[in-house]
Design a binder for this molecule. Structure first.
Ligand code: ADP
Ligand code: MG
Length: 521
């Protein structure tokens, strides 16, 4: 072939061929060495994953230790104020709605940047919820930092205008003054069913003059000022509202749990088990206890470097330990911290490390559940979330699989630990099948005889919150571990049910069940 080439070109072509071969060879070396490096990185990532998985393990034996630790803490919290990390707050709710309630009731639900107002016309056992209406009102940002009077006057004004639009089908019972159940989702020291002092503002509120004061008085004074004739009959925590909302429809509801941004649980306790209670014995001999279980801690709970970092960087280090393992505010960030370690130590996403991967809370729990729910063959939803949350693109399938597995480990741990919480409460009230404890009372005015029969008692756990509602795999792990802990037979009689937005109507129902006017119905 070279003889057809112009003079001198043969040498050039030959040289080129050598050069091409050399480049090809060097390319092969690059590819091979990259593969070796990638293999090394992958092995390192897998080692980090395995180490994390082991540290997060929740075998049933460990869950049982957590169940028992929770029961011990519940006893301690009931024995004395400050006796445990679990506050075990008496809610003063000693009568739960049972369906007999009649008349018109209002609810106000304040717990974030929006508040809800609601009215419901109750028609007793036959009529039940005859009619209900609600509205959501946003709180102007400046009011979150205004004085307490200004905040409550704004709320009272909005409530008054809602009351003025009370139309057909709503009417108070007889001469009944309009009554309100107030769901106030901030830490409160309850002093009666219809009064309590704010311990401190959270969630961005800083209104002057309210901490240490009775929030119901603030609301009632504001209502008087705007000319609204209404009485606050019940001040309740959202968990307690959820319990009431669930119980209205189903008398087997004994426990309510919120699994949303944060987590909390309440349940029906025997009055004589509340050793720290100095007040009058409740009418029903039972009372709803707000556990504030987000602050539960036990040395049996699995804690990793990711959890330690998250806690140290949080606004409340050393507090809300259980919440930091199982709730929606935090699980996504635990995943992010593991991925960051993989990026730093095993170069999982290449260099340089994406700035957003280093920034707390860039990966939300909804992001995590989207990745974890990815059923596509190439895990393209995982890729999309990595792009959206961290601006990381071009990930290989292997990398996506590793990311998926990190989500799986964090979700599995969270769901199973939440199950240990559920079973701990059931054990405390003797509904876990072990026969310990005497069991809660029906806690309604007309306690039915049904629960006395020999059939196994059903227990319903009312669940609310965006995490439980929207994260299917979390729900599955929770259910599966609950069944493992209880055993198939007992688990058949324990139902975990979604009780969506029960807390709003629950507060109105509690206003009804604690209303003086109900006595005469
Ligand atoms: P809150 O707890 O603030 O009152 P929600 O009960 O509505 O509000 O819960 C919202 C929380 O639920 C979010 O902060 C988020 O952590 C979690 N969440 C919402 N949607 C999802 C989802 N698709 N997957 C996982 N978690 C979710
Ligand atoms: Mg909520």
């Amino acid at each position: 072939m070279s003889q057809n080439l112009p003079k001198g070109m043969g040498k050039t072509v030959a040289g080129l061929a050598v050069a091409v071969a050399a480049v090809a060879c060097a390319g092969a070396v690059v590819v091979v060495s990259r593969r070796i490096r990638e293999r090394g990185q992958r092995a390192k990532c897998l080692a980090i994953l395995e180490e994390f998985r082991t540290a997060c393990a929740t075998p049933v034996s460990r869950l049982r230790q957590i169940v028992d630790a929770l029961v011990v803490e519940m006893h301690a919290g009931l024995a004395s104020d400050g006796g445990s990390r679990l506050k075990m707050l008496p809610s003063f709710v000693d009568v739960l709605p049972n369906g007999d309630e009649k008349g018109l009731y209002y609810a106000l639900d304040l717990g974030g940047t929006n508040f809800r107002v609601l009215r419901v016309q109750l028609g007793g056992k036959e009529g039940r919820v005859i009619k209900q209406e609600y509205e959501e009102v946003s709180i102007p940002h400046r009011l979150m930092a205004a004085s307490g009077q200004e905040l409550f006057e704004y709320i009272a004004k909005e409530l008054a205008s809602f009351v003025n639009r009370e139309g057909e089908g709503f009417r108070p019972h007889g001469n009944q003054k309009r009554e309100l159940g107030f769901t106030f989702s901030f830490p409160v020291n309850q002093t009666a069913i219809n009064s309590g002092t704010l311990v401190q503002w959270t969630k961005g509120f800083t209104c002057d003059g309210v901490p240490g004061k009775n929030v119901v008085q603030f609301l009632e004074e504001a209502m008087a000022k705007v000319g609204l004739q209404m009485k606050v009959t019940a001040l309740v925590n959202d968990t307690v509202g959820t319990l009431a909302g669930g119980r209205y429809w189903n008398e087997d509801v004994m426990v309510a749990i919120i699994l949303g941004t944060g987590t909390n649980a309440c349940y029906v306790e025997r009055a004589d088990a509340i050793n720290k209670w100095n007040g009058l014995l409740p009418r029903s001999n039972s009372m709803v206890i707000n556990t504030e279980w987000g602050n539960f801690w036990s040395s049996h709970l699995p804690k990793t470097y990711a959890d330690e970092g998250l806690d140290a960087d949080s606004v409340n280090p050393g507090e809300q330990g259980f919440e930091k393992l199982i709730s929606g505010m935090y699980m996504g960030d635990i995943v992010r911290r593991v991925l960051l370690k993989m990026a730093q130590e095993a170069d999982i996403f290449g260099k340089p490390i994406a700035p957003k991967l280093m920034q707390p809370y860039t990966l939300s729990t909804p992001h995590m559940s989207k990745m974890h729910g990815d059923e596509t063959h190439d895990l393209r939803n995982v890729a999309k979330v990595l792009k959206d949350a961290f601006n990381i693109s071009g990930t290989s399938l292997t990398v996506r699989k590793i990311v998926y597995m990190v989500c799986e480990v964090v979700c599995e741990r969270g769901g199973r630990l939440a199950a240990a919480g559920v079973v701990g409460i059931l054990k405390k009230i003797g509904r876990d099948g072990t026969g310990a404890g005497a069991g809660g009372q029906p806690l309604s005015r007309s306690s039915s005889a049904k629960n006395v029969s020999s059939r196994p008692r059903r227990t319903v756990v009312a669940m609310d919150g965006g995490l439980y509602e929207h994260y299917g795999k979390f729900r599955e792990y929770l259910q599966q571990a609950t069944t493992e802990l209880l055993g198939e037979e007992v688990a058949k009689n324990v139902l975990i049910e979604l009780s969506k937005d029960g807390s709003g109507i629950g507060a109105a129902l509690l206003a009804a069940s604690h209303s003086p006017s109900q006595k005469n119905l």
